[in-house]
Design a binder for this molecule. Structure first.
Ligand code: ZN
Ligand code: ZN
Ligand code: FE
Length: 742
């Protein structure tokens, strides 16, 4: 990847081992010729493999002997095809250990909060176009001082060609502001901000990819105030811990969690909670989203702060994108934060903190942004010119460059106006950044999605083909693509909603698919969704609808304790809607079944954030059992017996046990249907995807059962199983279809 210092690293290693030759960066990788003693070449190879810059990506190394005219010394070749074709841009990289040391020892960088080198610092968020040169980044307005310039030009220096190179006398600076005035001295700023956080105030700070809001994670009043001002009811906040030792006091951290927390990407890692922070941080969930400091400024803060953990959340209002503009920040955030810290370098590409979770000991990306974007996904097909627009919620789009797919950062819910602007703006920026001109389009089948409408407009304007891809086929294809599968698979896709080819809402799908076609083998029983989209926010409606469907008009809803807070009028109105089929679209969405069980068990009847009901249902599990409920799996999966038994268990058993049994039921169901399909088709590869598979318990249980029966199982890792990964699926389906048509 560009900007991670790979070629200079090769140069330094070659010189260290006394080798001559040259290194050249080409479209398909780095070529190098080394000439010298064979034992020195072995040591060199070893160094390249084990000491490469952290953010570089070595997929494979091929070696073969060549005959050359002989080299004197080692050099970096002027790349011929470099400028036009190399399009890999590094994601932003957390500050490295050596730069942190420089903040204590390098006279020009004492406490300098923009310290960086070729191994660390901002990349994607500051770049406007290729090649990755300072002139094409927002660093262009800062002229290098003579010290920085000499480091920048010295190949033996860690900052050789570090485009954002800066120091105390030449780089960007922070600025503190509150109602009483401002200051720009870094020691003053840190002093004031830490004092505020420690006294329960809320502060806004400009980060790599947008503004953040911070407060003391141990101060419940501060967290509640932040919730109120941010209009965020109960969605859990991410927490930044001072160090890994502190994090492990409050969360269970495995070796793999630890490595990820401390990796150069520094994502938010979802961990099981060990001890509670302020209760308002995660409102009773059993997990905490933890992250480590990743900007030099964060380290300066924790050096002074008394508290060892801070709430660290994107500064945005409800569904809007995170704020990157200083003027907007100044206007909007003064209502939310007691003070604000910004800096005088523009953010070009917005990037939220990424969120990951280890499921079955493997990394699963839940929200793909800072640290991941714009890292490419290697696919097997030529995808040049394909633009896939994604779905509606958790939108991302995706462009094809050669045999690589480059996904955009997490965009959000397009129904929000500001988010839609972020979407269209980012498509334009990606076009410029990656020199990309679309020649083929792919979008969701749903005509109301704003991403589909955008695609249709583009189709009309540019006169290029547009392929509409069924939502769950795209989910399954996303998982196939990142696992390099191009054959028929059993596709299990469980999510909340997606338009089916029959006009109803799908989302509890067992399909037999390849990258071109799909066949719907079996699906969850359809229920009427009273109120349509509203049902997703009010899980009791799904519960009501399931119970009404299976047990009829006379079912006694008040026999379920969780329903006693809901008025008779509401029940009557819902029953009327269902009987007369008024605004009750049919849905087979698996998310609705999880909603129903979560509501019936009293965990979540009204939801205040996306997927709250299923998240609380998973979070409630603390008992371990292999028991499961009965169900009927044929061409339609019926849950009448499941719900009947759950109703029996509600007064007698713990919510934890009911939830575990319910999850086991779904895992059993997956196994049963998979076995049916395998016996009919002999297909043995099975793909689990869709938002429901962010559920660690469900995935682990399902994989365990499937592997015991010798299925080859696949899940998403590098792109999210939720709608954030849809655009990749659309792109590979489009590339496959285009290939066949050509
Ligand atoms: Zn560094
Ligand atoms: Zn300087
Ligand atoms: Fe979906």
């Amino acid at each position: 990847m560009q900007g991670v210092g790979f070629r200079p690293f090769i140069y330094r290693m070659a010189v260290k081992h006394g080798l001559s030759g040259e290194v050249d960066n080409r479209n398909d990788g780095v070529y190098l010729i080394v000439q010298g003693d064979s034992s020195a070449i072995d040591r060199f190879t070893n160094d390249v493999l084990h000491n490469a810059p952290p953010a570089s990506r070595i997929k494979s190394i091929e070696m073969s002997p060549v005959r050359t005219a002989g080299y004197e010394g080692f050099s970096i070749a002027e790349s011929k095809d470099f400028n036009r074709n190399v399009t890999e841009i590094s994601p932003d990289i957390a500050v490295c250990r050596e730069c942190l040391d420089d903040m204590e020892t390098d006279p020009a960088r004492i406490a300098y909060p923009f310290v960086n080198c070729t191994h660390c610092g901002p990349r994607f968020t500051i770049i406007e176009e290729l090649p990755y040169d300072r002139q094409n980044t927002t660093m262009r307005s800062f002229e290098m001082c003579s010290k920085c310039k000499s480091e920048y030009s010295n190949i033996y220096d860690r900052r050789f060609h570090a485009q954002p190179i800066a120091c105390n006398s030449c780089g960007p600076v922070y600025k503190y502001e509150d109602y009483s005035g401002f200051c720009t001295d870094i020691h003053d700023i840190v002093e004031r901000i830490t004092l505020q956080i420690d006294s329960g105030k809320i502060v806004a700070i400009k980060g790599f990819g947008g503004y953040h809001l911070l407060c003391d994670a141990f101060n419940n009043n501060a967290v509640l105030t932040l919730r109120k001002r941010k209009q965020r009811d109960s969605k859990p906040f991410a927490v930044m811990f001072r160090d890994i030792e502190t994090a492990s006091e409050y969360c269970f951290i495995d070796e793999e969690d630890k490595n990820e927390l401390l990796s150069w990407r520094r994502p938010v890692v979802i961990l099981r909670q060990k001890n509670e922070l302020a209760p308002a941080v995660n409102n009773g969930l059993s997990t905490t989203g933890a992250l480590m400091p990743y900007m030099p400024f964060h380290y300066l803060l924790f050096k002074k702060l008394n508290t060892r953990a801070i709430v660290f959340t994107s500064a945005n209002m409800s569904d809007e994108p995170v704020i990157i503009d200083d003027v907007i920040a100044c206007n909007e955030l003064t209502r939310v934060a007691d003070s604000m810290v910004s800096y005088n370098r523009e953010i070009l590409n917005r990037a939220d903190d990424s969120v990951v979770r280890f499921i079955n000991n493997r990394l699963t990306v839940i929200r793909r942004s800072r640290g991941f974007v714009p890292g490419p996904v290697d696919i097997r097909f030529e995808a040049e010119g394909i633009l896939a627009l994604g779905a509606e919620q958790k939108n991302s789009f995706c462009i094809g460059k050669g045999k690589q797919a480059i996904l955009s950062q997490y965009i959000g819910d397009l129904r929000n106006k500001a988010t839609l602007e972020f979407f269209t703006g980012s498509i334009e920026r990606f076009g410029k950044l990656f020199r990309f001109k679309p020649s083929y389009l792919a979008c969701d089948l749903h005509p109301d999605y704003l991403s589909s409408q955008y695609a249709e407009n583009l189709e009309a304007r540019l006169g290029i083909p547009l392929l509409k891809v069924q939502h769950h086929h795209a989910h399954i294809a996303s998982c196939m693509a990142e696992n390099c599968i191009d054959e028929e698979v059993i596709g299990v896709c469980f999510d909340g909603t997606g338009l089916g080819t029959d006009g109803t809402i799908w989302g509890g799908e067992f399909m037999i698919t390849d990258l071109c076609e799909f066949r719907r083998y079996s699906h969850f029983d359809e229920i009427q969704l009273p109120g349509g989209d509203i049902a997703a926010n009010e899980p009791w409606r799904s519960a009501f609808s399931y119970l009404w469907k299976y047990f009829g008009d006379d079912f006694d809803y008040y026999s379920i304790p969780a329903f006693r807070t809901i008025s008779q009028e509401k029940f009557l109105a819902l029953r009327e809607m269902l009987n007369k089929k008024i605004n009750t679209p049919l849905s087979s969405g698996a998310g609705r079944l999880f909603d129903a069980v979560s509501a019936m068990t009293g965990l979540c009847t009204f939801s205040s954030f996306d997927s709250e009901a299923p998240i609380r249902l998973e979070s409630a599990i603390c008992d371990f059992t292999d028991d499961f409920y009965p169900f009927q799996a044929g061409k339609t999966v019926m849950f009448r017996d499941t719900l009947k038994e759950i109703l029996k268990d509600i007064p007698e058993r713990s919510v934890s046990l009911i939830s575990a049994k319910f999850h086991n039921t779904i895992a059993r169901l997956i196994l049963d249907v998979a076995v049916q399909i395998r016996s009919e088709t002999s297909v043995n590869k099975i793909v689990l995807t869709g938002g429901v598979f962010q559920n660690k318990y469900l995935v682990e249980k399902s994989l365990y059962l499937l592997r015991k029966c010798e299925f080859e199982t696949f899940t998403n890792h590098y792109v999210p199983p939720n709608d954030g990964g849809i655009s990749l699926g659309q792109l590979v389906i489009a590339s496959k279809k285009r290939e066949i048509c050509a």
